[in-house]
Design a protein around this ligand. Structure first.
Ligand SMILES: *Cc1c(COP(=O)(O)O)cnc(C)c1O
Length: 357
């Protein structure tokens, strides 16, 4: 499929942020976006890189009413000599198609997706930050556009990709977070859509995170819907614990988002000879390990931060410190390893980097 390119006049382009240390996350977007439309019976059509701008949607567009809206989150990284890399993009593409399938949305051709993404990133390459840890965030999105009320899969869709520079997550070094275990709300249940990056999952999570923030915590630690006993995720990240010498994360199984970072952490740790388990982990076991001193580390994993150390957990009004509130050794080592692979600063034993320039 031929991708058409319509560029914004050079003199009409946005001013790029001057101070990369003040970028933050998700507020600045570039001059162009990738779009492609789908109609039942015709398939995906008109892939194009074109000026970034408002979407035209009928107020009855089904994404606005019934939530057929899925997305992805990935990044482009600039190496020391100006090389540009993507990190395991085929995993995000595959996951987006898993989300699409679950929400009765049409699959994307992985080749067209990747080609559109590359062309957009290449056109916007001057927007990719140069400072260490900063990157270009990439947000592929698919929405149902059919104008009709009534709950059924839509017959038309828009796929688009927007990108924007984001700052380093840890400009002043790690600061372990405090997390709050929520029992009255859940984010996901067996048979539901918890394994998809579907908008509704995040709407459903807002109330619990607002509650955690009000109580002075950074994130919510989600428990399983059935027993309210086993840990599942933290905020919008996967979760890991180190108990004795075992690195533990809950198993995938429909209620947990299969993070690309989660998978990368597991593979690296296994290659290092760390004992790694994907198994159910109860709050009871965590608290017991905390009390007998065998709970060494805990961290969250995701594209935005790579890993984010957890220093404290609040459960049933009691606070439990992990590693005296400091970042663990394995946590830090995993962070450094993944960061250096992403930025082309070390060899890439797993073949995860895709160099595009
Ligand atoms: C995106 C996301 C993650 C992390 O996935 P990565 O591919 O590592 O970025 C974990 N949990 C939830 C709920 C997410 O939305």
């Amino acid at each position: 499929m031929e991708i058409s390119i319509v560029q914004v006049d050079p003199e009409k382009r946005k001013a790029k942020p001057k101070d990369e240390s003040k970028l933050g996350f998700g507020r600045v977007f570039t001059d162009h976006m990738f779009t492609m439309t789908y109609h039942a019976g015709q398939g995906w059509r008109d892939p194009a890189v074109r000026p970034y701008g408002d979407l035209h949607l009928d107020p009855a567009a089904m994404c606005l009413h019934y939530g057929q809206l899925i997305f992805e989150g990935m990044k482009a990284y600039r190496g020391k000599n100006g090389e540009i890399y993507l990190f395991r993009p085929e995993e995000n593409i595959r996951r987006m198609n898993e989300s699409a399938k679950r929400l009765c949305m049409p699959a994307l051709d992985p080749e067209v997706f990747l080609e559109g993404l590359k062309q957009l990133v290449m056109l916007e390459k001057d927007w990719i930050p140069k400072s260490s840890g900063a990157s270009l965030y990439i947000r592929p999105t698919m929405i149902a556009t059919e104008a009709a009320l009534g709950v059924h899969p839509a017959d038309s869709y828009l796929f688009y990709i927007i990108v924007g520079p984001v700052g380093a997550y840890y400009p002043e070094g790690f600061s372990p977070t405090k997390i709050y275990v929520v029992e009255e709300y859940i984010r996901s249940a067996p048979g539901g859509i918890g394994y998809c990056k579907a908008a509704g999952n995040y709407a459903a999570s807002l109330m619990a995170s607002a509650m955690a923030i009000e109580k002075g915590y950074t994130q919510v630690l989600w428990l399983d819907a059935v027993n309210r006993k086993y840990v599942e995720e933290v905020g919008t990240s996967n979760i890991f614990f180190v108990i004795d010498d075992e690195l533990i994360t809950p198993p995938l199984g429909g209620t947990i988002l299969p993070g690309v970072t989660r998978d990368s952490v597991l593979r690296i740790a296994r290659a290092w000879g760390v004992k790694v388990s994907e198994r159910p982990l109860s709050m009871e076991e965590i608290l017991a390990a905390c009390q007998d001193g065998s709970l060494r580390e805990s961290f969250a994993s995701g594209t935005a931060a790579i890993v984010s150390p957890i220093g404290q957990i609040c459960y049933r009004n009691r606070e439990y410190a992990i590693n005296e509130g400091r970042t663990g050794k394995l946590t830090e080592r995993l962070y450094e390893e993944i960061l250096r692979i992403q930025y082309g600063e070390k060899e890439d034993p797993f073949g995860w980097r895709l160099r595009i320039a």
